[in-house]
Design a protein around this ligand. Structure first.
Ligand code: MN
Length: 467
């Protein structure tokens, strides 16, 4: 069996941060301790990495990506090869992708089957999918259980866009999720007000990117978050996960619900909402289109409240990675922001940004950083302890960060299949220098060195985190 020995790094394990060795045998972590050496057969074929002065964290788990996403007017430019190569180079070893909507009335497994086709033979890291619920009937509710048996244990519902669910349908889904202990993730925005505002801005000729955030106010997001929270409460504390939280008012509703005693409520935010703000929409030329995403970037006070929230209230940091080329796709919105495909890249930037802007700048601890980016997403989405933790018996997924290496975020440095980075010019301290997936080094010093198609589908279990 092939072995890999990572020596003398500062290892973030389940319980401690200690300088020690990690011995991987085959695809799993065999031992963690001081002065390890492989014994017997494994000694013959061993690769050693000197991690002195470096930090060894669990491989990143990004539970919100959109590879191959077809939004009608455009298709996200990263597929399961290019997107996962970028992920690997940036220190992420597991993704859970949110599929696009399928044709109207399609079965619940329609998009899952399609996405298996997208990922097989392409992905270079391990992956799974959330299910997407775009209509509700008895067949859909029955298939939630069938698909859960195949490892699809979380579902996404939308409160806006073409396949938004009605209140009654959302409630049916939440009741069913409670019964089966499945996690419902929600894109929360108030559809009615947003569509009215968009139409009013267009009619008034207010079509620049700066009207995008004004057409989707924080109150629209917060209202929908609160609505979902109360529906989940009526469904006997059904497991609910708020994706891409962007604003302070929404966080206040989440905290208030927890104080009232609501269980099984979790929240995710993304680096863009922590590090960028709505001044980006006023950039000269058509630069503002690069930041058109839903929910939009918010004000500085929202950013600050999210950083505060990361200390305890927010559970995960994911990316909502959804890249479109600026020159050919985002520019579709140059005369009308409502024609711009919504989304931005970020799968490769997450770990370096959260380490550099979070840990180095002392906004979050090293432990909290790994909880937010690795352990919590793995726990919530049924992948723990196979993923998200450096522990004996876990998959040997690790990232070695060089805390002394600095880098300037730039398209030139990154591997995403897109022509810009939303974080261009941000200098970060600390950079992933090795990415290890199931005992194999798949990226080193910013270059991918793995094999196309090596990633495996992960059959996920149920939510394993209490709150
Ligand atoms: Mn998304």
């Amino acid at each position: 069996m092939k072995s890999l020995l990572v020596k003398n790094g500062l290892v973030v394990t389940e319980t401690a941060e200690t300088v020690c060795d990690v011995l991987c045998e085959g695809e799993q972590i065999a031992r963690i301790g001081k002065d390890l050496r492989p014994d017997g057969a494994s000694a013959a074929d061993i690769e050693t990495i000197d991690a002195s002065g470096k930090i060894v964290i669990p491989g990143g788990v990004d539970v919100h990506t959109h590879l191959n996403l077809d939004v009608g007017i455009a298709v996200a430019s990263d597929d399961f090869f290019t997107g996962t190569v970028a992920a690997a180079c940036g220190g992420t070893t597991t993704i859970v992708d949110h599929p696009a909507f399928g044709p109207a009335g399609c079965d619940l497994d329609h998009q899952i089957k399609k996405y298996h086709g997208f990922a097989e033979g392409k992905a270079v890291i391990d992956y799974s999918f959330h299910g997407v619920i775009q209509h509700v009937d008895d067949k859909v509710l029955t298939m939630m259980e069938t698909l859960a048996e195949q490892g699809i244990t979380s579902y996404k519902v939308y409160l806006t866009y073409g396949f938004k669910l009605s209140d009654a349908d959302v409630f049916k889904v939440l009741r069913r999720a409670k019964e089966l202990n499945l996690l419902i993730t929600v894109h929360p925005e108030n559809d009615g007000v947003i569509n009215l505002l968009r139409e009013e801005f267009r009619a008034a000729g207010k079509t620049g990117a700066e009207f995008h955030p004004l057409s989707r106010p924080a109150e629209c997001e917060a209202e929908a978050i609160n609505r979902m929270i109360l529906f989940a409460r009526m469904a006997d504390n059904a497991p609910l996960y708020i994706v891409h939280l962007s604003n302070k008012l929404g966080l206040e509703f989440i905290n208030a619900a927890r104080i009232r005693g609501q269980k099984n409520l979790w929240a995710e935010t993304c680096p863009q909402y922590l590090l960028l703000d709505d001044s980006r929409y006023k950039l000269p030329g058509h630069e503002g289109l690069k930041y058109i995403m839903c929910p939009p970037l918010r004000g500085k006070a929202d950013k600050e409240s999210l950083w505060q929230g990361l200390k305890a209230d927010i559970d995960t940091v994911a990316t909502d990675h959804c890249p479109f080329f600026f020159e050919t796709k985002k520019m579709l919105g140059k005369d009308d922001f409502t024609k711009c495909p919504s989304g931005a890249p970020g799968i490769e930037e997450r770990i370096p940004l959260m380490y550099g802007e979070g840990v180095v700048k002392k906004r979050i601890s090293l432990r909290r950083f790994t909880d937010l980016c690795c352990a919590n997403p793995a726990r919530l989405f049924g992948l723990y302890p196979q993923k998200g933790v450096i522990a004996e018996g876990s998959d040997a997924d690790m990232v070695i960060i060089d805390p002394d290496k600095t880098a300037t975020m730039s398209k030139k440095l990154l591997h995403e299949n897109v022509d810009y980075s939303a974080y261009e010019g941000i200098e970060v301290q600390g950079w992933p220098v090795y990415t290890i997936s199931r005992g194999e080094v798949i990226a080193q010093n910013g270059e991918f060195c793995g094999r196309q198609g090596r990633g495996k589908f992960l059959k996920r279990g149920q939510v394993q985190r209490k709150r």
